[in-house]
Design a protein around this ligand. Structure first.
Ligand SMILES: C[S@@+](CC[C@H](N)C(=O)[O-])C[C@H]1O[C@@H](n2cnc3c(N)ncnc32)[C@H](O)[C@@H]1O
Length: 250
């Protein structure tokens, strides 16, 4: 008797998916397990549209509590996760996620060309040198391997994170306002743990570096038919929300 192997659902970046993601996002603060679970499963589907995950060696850069690592492992990948902050890695379960390494995205403690898929979600805007992080991700990826780099750009409606939308009036001002209102500094502090990274900066870097071919540049959470917005200077800074760069190492 023949058994058909169940294949994963085809990833579709349609309007219904964007609505699902944005409504899940409303629970990010109150129910992170739910929100990150939804996002991580969605991301696995998206990653599968670029590369085979089964048996792949994946590095999750700035992987924090390991939501993405968990979903990637469930999809058959072998996952390592690097993060600079032990607290971020342990807040969820009291211990670091499987395969976790303490280290910096700016100097990844991995050999050149050792990773099949180098992945990062919402970390680039938290490092003081985003280009150095992107170059490190390309360095550790093997020739033919994939880099998936996604981050919230500064002029996105969520660019200021918990200080949004006041970041439009300036990151320091938004941080002071947050402190006045909440009696504590924001976790994502402009100039210290959150930096303004534009869409233009990342796209320019991707187009000019020579180590990898650019496979895709797209707004992560938006329907695929909005994709060309990332080509329109100025407008893209406000409408992209979250930029994804997909590269293939040469
Ligand atoms: C917004 S969280 C995202 C966590 C995870 N990627 C996710 O989406 O669930 C940002 C993460 O980046 C990590 N991070 C910040 N600077 C870093 C650096 N230089 N190297 C590695 N990780 C860093 C933080 O510790 C934190 O876990």
């Amino acid at each position: 008797m023949l058994h058909r192997l169940e294949s994963p659902p085809v990833f579709r970046a349609d309007l219904a998916r964007s609505v699902r993601l944005f409504s899940a996002f409303r629970k990010e603060q109150t129910d992170p397990e739910f929100f990150y679970g939804v996002l991580a499963r969605d991301t696995v589907g998206q990653l599968r549209s670029y590369t085979d995950l089964d048996g792949a060696m994946v590095l999750d850069v700035g992987g924090g509590a390991g939501f993405f690592g968990e979903a990637l492992r469930a999809a058959g990948a072998r996952v390592m996760c690097v993060d600079v902050d032990a607290g971020e890695m342990t807040w969820r379960t009291g211990k670091p996620p499987e395969g976790a390494v303490l280290g910096s995205a700016l100097r990844l403690p991995f050999q050149t060309g050792s990773i099949d898929l180098c992945f990062s979600s919402n970390v680039l805007e938290h490092v003081p040198d985003p280009v150095a992080m992107a170059e490190e991700m390309v360095r550790v990826t093997r020739p033919g391997g994939t880099v998936f780099l996604s981050y919230t750009n500064w002029l996105s409606p969520w660019g200021g994170h918990e200080t949004s939308p006041w970041h439009y009036l300036g990151g320091h001002w938004a941080a002071r306002r947050y402190e006045r209102r909440h009696g504590r500094r924001p976790k994502n502090l402009y100039g210290e743990s959150m930096f303004g990274v534009s869409v233009a900066t990342a796209v320019r870097w991707a187009r000019h570096q020579r180590a990898a071919e650019v496979v895709d540049v797209l707004p992560r959470y938006l329907p695929v038919w909005t994709k060309h917005v990332v080509r329109v200077p100025v407008i893209r800074e406000f409408l992209t929300w979250n930029l994804v760069l997909v590269l293939r190492k040469r």
